[in-house]
Ligand binder design. Structure first.
Ligand SMILES: *Cc1c(COP(=O)(O)O)cnc(C)c1O
Length: 237
């Protein structure tokens, strides 16, 4: 048992307690929420250790890291959560079974082609922009991605009709400087409109280390946790 494994075990325990408490506070059952460990920037040894501790879902935000780590941990369900260039769709589809960051028609086309070629079914979440809930002042930071809520129905119809793809639901990142519970309440409305058209599209991927409680209070089915599990990341290059 290494010191790192001890640290990961203790982090995981604390995270599980946070999720459990948040579910209780929201009157939800713990098994409605899936924990996706976001392992970006951390070594595959950490991913293996988390898998040994019972984690079943892992996610990456860059194709390069996904393809380096996923083959070593084939028993995990891999999620892709980052900006995706169409030319990387084939590689992402090879390793991930869920893509959380579908944000344009051209990417739907690329993912569909890739899924057919890989003979896989890929669950796609539409990344929704919650910028409307952030500070109006553009100087507070770049957009955190996603389509406007009004563009969701069209993208959803394209995914639902595409070979090899399955419409899974929505994903969002709360804007910096927003009140996350308000932003996630907005996401919940988008999700419920989507679900009335597409009953199978019930996933809501929302909540990170800083705002998982707010996300769970607003119906998140998947929380994406990096730092809470793995510790502080080195600064981005
Ligand atoms: C890095 C990342 C996360 C995890 O964020 P933490 O704050 O480390 O929990 C979640 N979602 C996406 C899209 C990310 O890029």
């Amino acid at each position: 048992m290494t010191a790192r494994t001890d640290e990961l075990r203790s982090n995981l325990q604390q995270v599980q307690e946070r999720i459990e408490k948040a579910c209780q506070a929201a009157g939800r059952s713990r098994d409605e929420v899936t924990l996706v460990a976001i392992t970006k920037t951390f070594p595959v040894s950490d991913v293996r250790a988390l898998a040994a501790l019972g984690i079943g879902d892992a996610g990456e935000n860059r194709e390069q890291e996904l393809k380096e780590k996923a083959p070593d941990c084939p028993d995990l369900t891999w999620h892709f959560v980052g900006q995706l260039q169409s030319k990387k769709a084939r590689s992402v589809v090879r390793y991930a079974s869920v893509v959380h960051s579908v944000d344009r028609l051209s990417l739907v086309t690329a993912l569909s082609k890739a899924a057919v070629a890989e003979e896989k079914s890929v669950r796609c979440l539409i990344q929704v922009s919650l910028a409307a809930y952030g500070p109006a002042d553009a100087a507070t930071g770049a957009s955190r991605g996603g389509v406007e809520p009004s563009a969701v129905p069209e993208l959803a119809a394209e995914i639902a009709a595409a070979d090899g793809l399955e419409l899974g639901g929505v994903m969002a990142v709360a804007p910096l400087g927003s009140e996350p519970a308000e932003a996630f309440a907005g996401l919940r409305e988008v999700a419920s409109r989507l679900r009335s058209e597409h009953p199978g599209a019930g996933w809501i991927s929302a909540g990170m280390t800083g705002d998982l409680e707010a996300a769970i209070s607003q119906g998140a089915t998947h929380v994406r946790l990096g730092r809470a599990l793995l510790g502080t990341r080195p600064p981005l290059r």
